[in-house]
Design a protein around this ligand. Structure first.
Ligand code: ZN
Ligand code: ZN
Length: 374
């Protein structure tokens, strides 16, 4: 009798998740079976749940899938030969771990160059009919293939602190890393949701002198201040983009910010963010994950001001242990380990999605991340 686990299976937008019992995969030598303990509902999960984006199914026939890519768990079964995590620390069954959700193929042009985040074959979600079935976080079990990266989590971080590490936190950390801000720089963050709060604290921790956070919700901006923002701009109070650009210029002796991070996903903020940059500044683009996010940009402005635009999706594995160290190092300084606001058992995943959607729309709460706990 194989080990069986529950999984929340998604068929199509508008249809509720169905809870199914599926066999957990046979663990190969070098593989690891994870018992999922908490999985977050990310903005991108809401996109395909609504039907804005298709669920990426990259392997085999399209079919029902188990979503969920932002999660943590404990080691349930260690495959033959696995004795340590990816940093050489002893690993045992029962240890809490964090890991990248994506599996770079390690045999393509991008992987050969070490650009694992850009591997076109890294999204390998398949339908639940294909081994190892456990392709998503909204389930009891998730399978790490042989050789995949896995990192032991510090004991002092709770499940709720760890859940967003392998998506939201890792993503903004990698984006800021690509932008290479210097010590003492000014960073603008467009949007003070979960990603924006992480971006704010990371920018500060990277040595930013000023972090200017822009949002339309006062409670979120308050939270941003607690996460290290030195200045905030409420778009409900400062209503015209030109005024907001002027504020950023004023705060930077007329130059503009060194780096701006976009984490709202509204095309209308792009020109404003770019106009807030200094000559040679970097625009880190993370929020636009839906197709047809069209923007009209004057490319002569980009050229003459030598702006770097950095499209960012996914990250390299080193980001995970860095993110864990960052959470430990800053846990008494910033309330980042409290970004999860609502917890639901797996059986109530449909309610969890409705609540996450409602919270996102309402936008009044500074902490808007919902998680499910299998
Ligand atoms: Zn995500
Ligand atoms: Zn590859």
């Amino acid at each position: 009798m194989p080990l069986m686990g529950r999984a929340a299976v998604f068929e199509a937008p508008g249809k509720p998740f169905t809870l199914m019992e599926l066999p957990a995969p046979e663990v190969e030598p070098g593989g690891i079976l994870i018992k999922v303990t908490a999985a977050g509902i990310c903005g991108s999960d809401l996109h395909y749940w609504r039907g804005d984006n298709p669920v990426p199914v990259a392997v085999g026939e399209p079919g029902p899938v188990i979503p969920g890519h932002e999660f943590t768990g404990v080691v349930h079964t260690l495959g033959k030969g696995v004795k340590t995590d990816s940093l050489g620390r002893p690993l045992q069954e029962g240890d809490r771990v964090v890991f990248p959700y994506f599996f770079p193929c390690l045999r393509c042009y991008w992987c050969a160059r070490g650009e694992l985040h850009a591997c076109p074959y890294r999204v390998t979600r398949a339908s639940i009919k294909i081994y190892p079935y456990c392709h998503g976080g909204f389930a009891d079990y998730f399978y790490l293939r042989p050789g995949h990266w896995v990192f032991k989590a510090p004991r002092d971080l709770s499940d709720t602190a760890l859940t967003p590490v392998n998506c939201a936190l890792a993503q903004v950390l990698f984006g800021l890393h690509q932008a290479r801000p210097r010590f003492g720089d000014t960073v603008v963050v467009q949007g003070a949701g979960g990603l924006g709060l992480y971006a704010t604290a990371i920018a500060r921790d990277m040595g930013a002198e000023k972090v200017i956070v822009i949002d339309g919700q006062a409670p979120r901006l308050e939270m941003a201040k607690r996460c290290g923002a030195t200045h905030t701009i409420n778009i409900k109070e400062v209503t015209r983009p030109e005024e907001r650009i002027a504020i950023v210029r004023e705060l930077t002796d007329g130059r503009g910010a060194d780096v701006a991070v976009e984490v709202v996903g509204f095309p209308q903020v792009v020109n404003e963010g770019v106009a807030m940059l200094r000559r040679g500044g970097a625009y880190v683009e993370i929020g636009h994950i839906s197709p047809n996010s069209n923007v009209t940009l004057d490319m002569s402005y980009i050229v003459s001001r030598q702006i770097r635009i950095l499209g960012t999706m996914h990250y390299d594995p080193w980001v995970i242990p860095s993110a864990l160290d960052f959470l430990m190092r800053t846990r008494d300084r910033y309330p980042l380990t409290q970004v999860v606001s609502h917890t639901f058992p797996l059986e109530r995943i449909n309610e969890a999605f409705q609540q996450a959607e409602w919270l996102g729309r309402e936008g009044g709460s500074p902490v808007v991340r919902a998680i499910v706990t299998p």
